[in-house]
Design a protein around this ligand. Structure first.
Ligand code: SAH
Ligand code: SF4
Length: 349
């Protein structure tokens, strides 16, 4: 049985060829899958009943199941999806009331090998890469379930996208061509896998690169992100500069704020100094207490003070809106496990 989701136009044409149908039929099927997000072949109403019956003999829309769906009071929806091999992954739809944007936060791997100390996904270790089709399916599932069209994609779910770069690039290409989501509306977030950053720059996709920096210096970064031992902040700076030069795009710096660890006045000044010669915007992320550790979220006062100090250095600074915090759906909180309710109850008690 062929799975239609994830196929490009040429691959759908191969199917319509075997059924001796015209290329126009392939285009119709392609649009039903990507733009109209049908659940069943029978929903493709401009195909004849006879042709639909023939198609159903050899193809189906998807083989991914929604295992759990949670809707937050702010409209954020979190899905736990199950792939045919039984592995599960989380994906989140965020709505921002003030804009028409619908942002999907997608996962690129099951688990993650980078093992940052504050991250729930990292605690699971690495299980496997997702194929590009499995990445696309996350967005298709959201579209099929809500009947809405996703307009923006952020690779901020589970996994390190730059450690699965080929599949991520292929998925981005299809987001662009088949879903008609412009590259500028796609953000890839990385913990700083330097060789892959150079590779991504070569690709010149015009998408936004976000760097999870999270620390103002080598000592603090090493403490919370083991990747700093392999790719340190001075090399990271060179890679960021080269990315900006090559693509002309401004980088987004993500900075997780953890109480008393990296939220001090001294840290803000050191961070401003480190970033002074990099073309970037800064996104401050108040720590979401989910993983089993002693970290705490700073007070709103300290967050605002930190923001002010950075703004003073001339950068554009935003504080990430917390979406879906009542359902643990904020980015970076995704664990992809069915037993997660029990776990988070533990960590809150
Ligand atoms: N692996 C990539 C992308 C996925 S994580 C990366 O690390 O960039 C997406 C973002 O959520 C990252 O910036 C990550 O550091 C952040 N994050 C992880 N755990 C978090 C937590 N407990 N609270 C807030 N943000 C968290
Ligand atoms: Fe992996 Fe990103 Fe989590 Fe670090 S923050 S463990 S890189 S998913």
């Amino acid at each position: 049985m062929k799975i239609l989701s994830g196929l490009n136009l040429k691959e759908i044409e191969e199917i319509t060829d075997t059924l001796k149908a015209s290329k126009f039929r392939a285009r119709q099927i392609h649009n039903w899958i990507y733009l109209k997000s049908v659940k069943e072949i029978d929903d493709m109403t401009d195909l004849s009943v006879k042709f639909r019956e023939e198609l159903k003999q050899i193809a189906t829309v998807t083989d991914v199941k929604i295992k759990v769906k949670q809707v937050s009071s702010d409209g954020t929806i979190k899905y736990l999806l199950e792939y045919p091999d039984g592995e599960c992954v989380e994906t989140v739809l965020m709505r921002f009331d003030n804009r028409a944007n619908l942002t999907a936060c997608v996962s690129s791997q099951i688990g993650c090998a980078v093992n940052c100390s504050f991250c729930a996904t990292g605690k699971r270790g690495f299980i496997r890469n997702l194929t590009y089709k499995e990445i696309l399916e996350q967005v298709l599932t959201i579209q099929r379930d809500t009947g809405l069209k996703v307009t923006n994609i952020v690779f901020m779910g589970q996994g390190e996208p730059l450690l699965n770069l080929d599949n991520v690039l292929k998925a981005m290409e299809i987001f662009n061509e088949s879903f008609q989501i412009g590259a500028r509306r796609i953000t890839v977030s990385t913990s700083g896998i330097i060789p892959q950053m150079y590779k991504l720059a070569e690709n010149d996709m015009q998408s936004t690169l976000a760097i999870s920096l999270h620390a103002p210096n080598h000592t603090i970064r090493k403490q919370i992100m083991p990747i700093e031992n392999k790719y340190d902040m001075s090399e990271l700076k060179k890679a960021m500069k080269s990315y900006v030069n090559k693509t002309g795009r401004r980088i987004t710096i993500e900075y997780l704020l953890i109480k008393d660890l990296n939220d001090t006045t001294e840290s803000a000044k050191e961070l401003a100094e480190y970033l002074s010669d990099i073309k970037c915007n800064i996104n401050l992320i108040p720590y979401n207490p989910t993983a089993k550790n002693d970290y705490k979220r700073p007070s709103n006062n300290s967050i605002q003070k930190f923001k002010y100090l950075l703004e003073h250095s001339g950068k554009k600074v935003t504080v990430r809106l917390e979406r879906g915090s009542d359902i643990d759906a904020a980015c970076g909180q995704l664990k992809g496990r069915v037993d997660k309710e029990n776990e988070s109850a533990d960590s809150k008690s």
